[in-house]
Design a protein around this ligand. Structure first.
Ligand code: ATP
Ligand code: MG
Ligand code: MG
Ligand code: MG
Length: 564
């Protein structure tokens, strides 16, 4: 590939709205562009990386005996009504209807569609076990799309579904898939951990998540400090021998309460605890927390003493500008009667805010967070960490410590949940009709690209593990347009490497060498070949390894072999 005929799309500045490093670098290296919240276009460089992940995943699925299929993204509602998830799934499920007013959903996952295929195509036990997979776009209307493709609304997933007559056979396929997942993450060069997981809304009994360890991860993983036990934190709480929280796993599911107070009740937190934990979590995430004060009963805003709040950040949104000015001493914008909202300065201590909340409550107002359904869920999850950390480990060895992870894969033993609901069965050897036992296995193909960058970068850009790099090598000719020798060598090496099947980018732009080096570092091409007049005197070029930073002179005649 020649740069002049390529859409490099690199950026010098760090985009302001990208919080985590992978999101920043994916924009700067020109891998993705945002179309709308949680919706991205993959550029030519981005798609190269995505396809590499996809290829590794596909190869390992085929090796594990799974067969590739492709199901529609738009799914008829009646299948979802049959499984019961039309009612159960919640607002992440995007519903739509066609010109004939028939209901559809955009598939967030494909259990229903695969069950429909299986019940039509599998009629005898002789066809079992069967494991089918696809690599396909999913849509989930995430409440908080963020971190670029890490938590997108439209994203690429590999999902596989297996069908069995009994639990033993399911266990065998589950073990094979577990091993395939380990191979995939090893081949992709990721530092990952499989952890025991709860089964959430998908249902079923046994389940493991695969996490890439990174501080920017949204999930908490509980590790035993003296064994290899690891569990996702919701499960660790459920198993913890002593916990003060009622039904802690509720925190992981979405809240259905109609008031803030009942939301807190649902997750087993007091209002103060919830607000305090929310603020601590927001500070940790370096997110901007919001506080709203809503007036209860007959009180008027100007009757309420808000307690002592240090400087409030502007802009302040408030019932009336005059009132907020009076109460908090800063400018405000009206957002409706009896309500004021303002962003809280992140470095307030939790204690100051907790006092503020208490004072506001005692004076007839109650404190809430903006988007309380979302924020209380976050608070409850954060609070869970306090419940778990330092509890004895459920494995009986050592204490639990908490680390952050990015969930890149999730496998489940579903049992007969879907096959019972949707009547997926076969005739057994003895002629009896039996519903099938199912497993399902997901990998976040597009999320892996971001997770890999979280683990592989430096101040200059991405340091791709070789298996993921958009190009294996880059040729950087210095001042090619002034030197016939440099140009001839660059053309010669480019032709040689192409011939050998090396995926090489030839930077033939009329750019300053500095700009070319910066782009090569940013995009993270593992092998860099720098061609300059001076080294040509000794028939050599400079080779730089992006991951190690090591440079050496290599004879032109040896280069192709050196790179391979
Ligand atoms: P999360 O806990 O991060 O919301 P999930 O548990 O809802 O993920 P699964 O239903 O287990 O996700 O889906 C399988 C895989 O799909 C996940 O392990 C993850 O890698 C990926 N995935 C899920 N949601 C998203 C998303 N919004 N954006 C990108 N990848 C996602
Ligand atoms: Mg989810
Ligand atoms: Mg999850
Ligand atoms: Mg999951």
């Amino acid at each position: 590939m020649r740069s002049r005929h390529y859409l490099l799309a690199t950026l010098k500045e760090t985009p302001a709205d990208a919080e985590v490093i992978s999101h920043q670098l994916m924009l700067r290296a020109g891998l993705i562009r945002k179309v709308a919240a949680g919706l991205y276009t993959w550029t030519p460089t981005g798609i190269r990386v995505l396809r590499k992940v996809e290829a590794v995943v596909r190869e390992e699925m085929v090796r594990a005996g799974a067969l590739e299929v492709l199901m529609p993204m738009v799914q008829p509602a009646d299948l979802w009504q049959e499984s019961g998830r039309w009612e159960d799934y919640g607002p992440e499920l995007l519903r739509l209807h066609d010109r004939n007013q028939r209901d559809f959903v955009l598939g967030p996952t494909h259990e229903e569609v695969i069950a429909e295929l299986a019940r039509k195509e599998i009629s005898s036990y002789k066809q079992l076990p069967l494991n089918l997979f696809q690599i396909q776009t999913k849509f989930r209307d995430e409440i908080r799309p963020r971190f670029g493709v890490m938590r997108a609304r439209e994203f690429l997933m590999k999902d596989a579904y297996s069908f069995h007559l009994d639990a033993e056979c399911l266990q065998q396929t589950y073990d094979t898939m577990y091993a395939a997942y380990c191979r995939i993450f090893e081949r992709l060069g990721l530092d990952y951990r499989p952890v025991i997981a709860d089964t959430g809304s998908i249902g079923g009994s046994v389940s493991h998540e695969f996490h890439v360890l990174a501080d920017s991860g949204e999930d908490d993983i509980a590790f035993s400090d003296s064994s290899d036990y690891a569990a996702n934190v919701e499960l660790a709480v459920a198993l913890a021998p002593t916990t003060e929280r009622p039904a802690p796993t509720q925190a992981a599911t979405s809240i259905t309460a109609t008031s803030l107070e009942s939301a807190c009740e649902q997750v087993g937190l007091s209002l103060q605890q919830a607000v305090r934990t929310y603020l601590v979590k927001a500070a940790e995430d370096q997110a901007q927390p919001w506080i709203a004060v809503v007036v209860r009963g007959d009180h008027q805003l100007n009757e309420i003493k808000l307690g002592k709040l240090p400087t409030v950040a502007s802009p302040v949104e408030f019932a009336t500008a005059a009132q907020i000015k009076e109460l908090c001493g800063c400018d405000a914008e009206a957002v409706g009667p009896y309500q004021l909202q303002f962003p809280v300065i992140v470095d307030y201590s939790a204690a100051v805010l907790a006092d503020f909340v208490a004072a506001a409550n005692a004076n007839g107002a109650f404190m809430t967070c903006l988007n309380w359904e979302r924020d209380i869920t976050i608070a409850a999850q954060a609070d869970i960490r306090n419940v778990v950390a330092g509890d004895p480990s459920p494995c009986g060895k050592g204490q639990l410590e908490i680390k952050r992870g990015i969930e890149v894969g999730h496998i489940f033993q579903l049992g007969t949940k879907y096959s019972d609901a949707m009547k997926v069965g076969v005739l057994t050897e003895s002629g009896k009709h039996e519903n099938l036992t199912m497993g399902c296995y997901g990998i976040g193909v597009s999320r892996i690209v971001a997770a890999a960058i979280e683990q592989n970068h430096d101040q200059y850009g991405i340091k791709w593990p070789t298996a993921l790099a958009p190009f294996e090598a880059i040729i950087i000719p210095m001042n090619m347009h002034k030197s016939v020798r440099v140009q001839a060598t660059a053309e010669q090496l480019y032709a040689e490497l192409c011939e050998l099947g090396v995926d090489v980018l030839f930077d033939d732009r009329k750019e300053r060498p500095g700009a070319m080096f910066a782009d090569a570092e940013l995009i993270g091409v593992p092998h860099q070949i720098i061609i300059g007049e001076r080294n040509l005197d000794s028939d050599s070029v400079e080779y730089k390894n992006r991951r190690t930073g090591e440079k050496e002179l290599v004879k032109i005649t040896d280069l192709a072999q050196f790179i391979q």
